[in-house]
Every structure is written in C-alpha cells, then in structure tokens.
Design a protein around this ligand. Structure first.
Ligand SMILES: [Ca+2]
Ligand SMILES: [Ca+2]
Ligand SMILES: [Ca+2]
Length: 490
C-alpha cells in the first residue's frame, strides 16, 4: 500500500512540475498568440501561388465589390492599402515562376525591377486589429460609358499618404463601386427609384463640378448604399410614403410659413396645419395634431415593443458582438468619413448629417447578426446605451463645438447627443415588432407631447421636426434594407 501511495505522490509531483515547466519555461505558452499568418496573393487558400489564384483574380477583377474583405486584403501584395497594378504584377510574376518566390525575385532582379523578398509575402495579421478593406486603385475601362459622366476624368490613385490623396483615392474607389452597383440595379429600378436616383446623380455631378470633394464622397457613399442595399420592389408601399412625408417635413423647414413662425409673425397652429396636410396627402392619414393624445409611458420607447422578445434579443447580444460593432465604428474608413459630417449648433435643421452613418452602423449590426433585423436593432440599441465613456479622455468643455457628445461614435451635431440615433433605431425597431403605421402614430404622439412640454417654442418646434425626421429615416431604412440585394460571393 505504502509503495502505491508513494508512487502516486511521485506521479502527482512530476505532473505538477511538468505543467509548471511547460507553462513557465517554454516561451510559446507564456505569450498568447493573437495573430494569424497569411500568405499574400494566395487567393484560393491552398498555400501555393498557381493558376487557381489567377482564375480567382480574374473573377475578382470582374466584380470586385462583391467579394469579401479578406480576399481584397490578401490581394494587396505590396501592403499599401490599395488594390493597384503592382499587386497584380507581383502575383502574376509569382505564378509565372511556378510559385517559387526565390525564382520570381531572381527574374525581377535580372530585369532590374524591385520585388518583395520571399519572407515579405507572408504577413502576421493581428486578430484584435480592425483591418480596413484596401481601396480599388486599378484603371477602370468601363468609366467611358458610366452613368457618372465625369468618371473618366478621375485617375487611379497612387498614394494615400496625404489627407488630400486619401480623399481622392476614396472618391475614386467609391465612384467605381457605385458604377458597378448601378449597372446591376438600373435595369430593374422602379420609376420612383429612378426619379430619386436621377436627383442624386445630378447632385453628385454638381458637387464634382464645384470641387466639393468631401461632400462628393459622402454623396457617392449614400448612392452606393441605395444601390447595393435598398429596393422598393416587393415592399409594402407605406415605408416609401414615409420618405415622401419626410421630404415634405424638410421642405417645410425652408418654407415661408415656418420662417414667419420663427419670426413670431405666425403662430404654431399654422405650422402644424401644414404638417397635418402632408399627413393627409402623402399617407392618407387624418390627424388632428393639436388635440392628439399622449402615448402611454413616454419615458421608455422600448415599452411599446413586445417586451419579452425585445429583451431576448438584447440579452442574447454577446460582448463579442459589441466589440465587433465598436471596432467598426472606431476604425472603418467609410463610417468615419460619414460620421465626421457634423456642423455647429443649430446649423443642421434638416438633420442631413445623421442618416448615412446610421445606415452604415445598422448594416454592420445586420452583418454581425447574420441578417436578422430584430437582433440588429437590439445590438444597436445596446451600443447606443453605452455612455459617453468613449470620449471621456478629453474633458467635455474642451471638445470642439461640433461633435456629438453623448456618444462619440454616433453621428450628429453637438446638440444632438445620442438622442437622434435612438429615435432612428427604436422607431425602426417598432416597425418590425408592430408596423410602420403604428411606429408613425407613436412618433407623432411622442413628439407632440414634447412640443406641448416646450410650450410650442421655436426651439421645441425645431426639435419636433428633427426628431420626426430621425424616426422616419429609421423606419424607412430598417423596413427597406436588404443587404443581400447584390448577393456577395463567399
Ligand atoms: Ca493558391
Ligand atoms: Ca497594393
Ligand atoms: Ca422629441
């Protein structure tokens, strides 16, 4: 017996020593590896440079924006953040040399060309780091018959090192992305979609001619999102009517009646009467706004959603999902361009700065949640609740006057805080849980209640319009978005 015990003890001690040795002495186990090794240019993932990669390259070049980011990242052979001609040349040279990087390098050397050292074709990629998709920077032969008739005047970018170069590169890539999507969508657009698109095309052309490059980039992104993700075909008509109503609210803010109201020459009844008129003509709804009752439980919009289902989606939101969404909001170049459009206090009465970044944020949430809209609304709602800790490192009073303050990652102007984003998302969510009609009814009741609370002041009226516009944007977009419209390859 004693021998057995002694033997057991010895085995235990040796075991403990073994684990300790493994943990402490062998270095690989003391540092957690948070990166993966990738082989640049190995597009099909078979760990060789061969004809298979060139075949995939041709398919990629035919329809570049339909392929996932991972493929574009591996094609950036020179790692300059652009898909450019040098990348293609390096990959073709590798395949031509039978996949032998030393042979390819030698051939390049004889011709006096520079070529990556074999070791440079393998890269460690941090798993924790957000990696933006490289920008398209190849010549674009289709430009000559593009619907963007100014596209042929753009040249493929060669650098992104200055702010100006980076903006030019982003415009070039975005314009081609739009052209690609437009070619696929245009034949099947409904007349109303065509009409909206025609307006936007004219607007982009004007921005191009005026040299307003940042605005042009945002207009292009907006058009890309429309073309890639929105369709009226097969949709209920109501959400589109909401968009028409929203446009009328925006026009209202520029109207003589509204100017008179702000100047104190006209009272608030006249303004609301025009709004009621639009509700009637745009949506066929009869509303006596002045006598509209309050919604129940004003403070928590979520109370209007089916509580248990809403809670389920919120509580199943994993920390990892947050991290992915926050990573996106902090680092994605397109989102950062869009969210950076802010203006000084009260300089954005029509809430023009808000919608595009919300669309992008919601689209990313949808991607994270596998295309489930209710889950995506839940994820965005939880993200909006994260307090303004993201900006806390700079004292509140030291921040410039045109940053959305409550939550630095969210769009809007300084006066907006997270409020408009919450309206956008929650009213979009109510459309899914109830209906767009009920979402609109609730929005009207809620904003009328606020307006009464503000004693129909000019500031209260402005907020009435802006909150309604935020809600309407969310309702329209959440109902209409279809991220699989131009089905991506895998
Ligand atoms: Ca390969
Ligand atoms: Ca490159
Ligand atoms: Ca309000």
């Amino acid at each position: 017996m004693k021998t057995w015990k002694r033997l057991l003890l010895t085995v235990c001690v040796l075991g403990v020593l073994g684990v300790a040795y493994w943990k402490l002495v062998i270095p690989t186990h003391r540092v957690e590896t948070r990166s993966e090794l990738i082989m640049l240019g190995d597009l099909d993932g078979d760990h060789r440079w061969d004809a298979g990669d060139l075949a995939l390259l041709d398919r990629f070049l035919n329809d570049p924006f339909a392929w996932p980011d991972g493929l574009a990242l591996r094609l950036d052979m020179n790692q300059n953040g652009l898909i450019d001609e040098e990348d293609i040349r390096i990959l073709r040279a590798l395949v031509a040399a039978g996949g032998d990087p030393y042979a390819a390098e030698e051939r390049a050397r004889i011709k006096g060309e520079s070529f990556p050292r074999p070791r440079e074709l393998y890269r460690y990629v941090s798993l924790a780091e957000y990696r933006p998709r490289p920008l398209w920077a190849l010549p674009y032969p289709l430009a000559k018959d593009s619907v963007l008739d100014w596209l042929p005047s753009l040249r493929p970018p060669v650098s992104t090192s200055s702010y100006s170069d980076a903006l030019t590169a982003a415009i070039y890539a975005e314009a081609i992305r739009f052209d690609q999507a437009w070619r696929k969508r245009e034949p099947e657009l409904l007349p109303i979609e065509h009409a909206y698109a025609t307006q936007k095309l004219a607007h982009m052309k004007a921005l191009y001619q005026q040299g307003q490059r940042y605005e042009l980039l945002l207009a292009l992104m907006d058009a890309v999102e429309d073309a890639e993700t929105l369709t009226e075909r097969g949709q209920p008509e109501f959400p589109l009517k909401l968009l028409v109503f929203r446009d009328h609210l925006r026009e209202m803010l520029k109207s003589p009646v509204y100017a008179d109201f702000r100047a104190g020459k006209q009272d608030w009844h006249a303004v609301l009467k025009v709004v009621s008129g639009h509700l009637q003509t745009d949506l066929g709804l009869t509303y006596e706004l002045e006598t509209l009752g309050p919604p129940r439980n004003l403070t928590h919009l979520q109370n209007y959603l089916q509580r248990s289902e809403w809670q389920y989606y919120k509580s199943t939101t994993k920390e990892e999902d947050f991290r992915t969404l926050i990573d996106y909001a902090q680092h994605d170049p397109r989102y950062l361009h869009a969210v950076s459009r802010t203006t000084r206090k009260s300089m954005d009465p029509e809430l023009e700065n808000h919608n595009l970044p919300m669309e992008l944020l919601f689209l990313e949430a949808l991607r994270i949640k596998g295309g489930d809209k209710k889950k995506a609304v839940g994820l965005v709602d939880e993200a909006i609740r994260i307090p303004y800790a993201w900006v806390k490192s700079i004292p509140r009073e030291d921040l410039p006057t045109s940053l959305a303050l409550d939550n630095f990652l969210l769009p809007g102007n300084k006066e907006d805080g997270a409020d408009k984003s919450r309206h956008w998302n929650v009213f979009g969510g109510i459309c899914l849980y109830k209906s767009p009609q009920e979402a609109l009814d609730l929005a009207l009741k809620r904003e009328m209640q606020d307006l009464r609370g503000d004693q129909y002041s000019a500031a209260g009226m402005e907020d009435f319009f802006r909150d309604l516009i935020a809600g309407l944007n969310g309702m329209y977009y959440v109902m209409t978005v279809n991220p699989d419209l131009l089905k991506k390859h895998n």
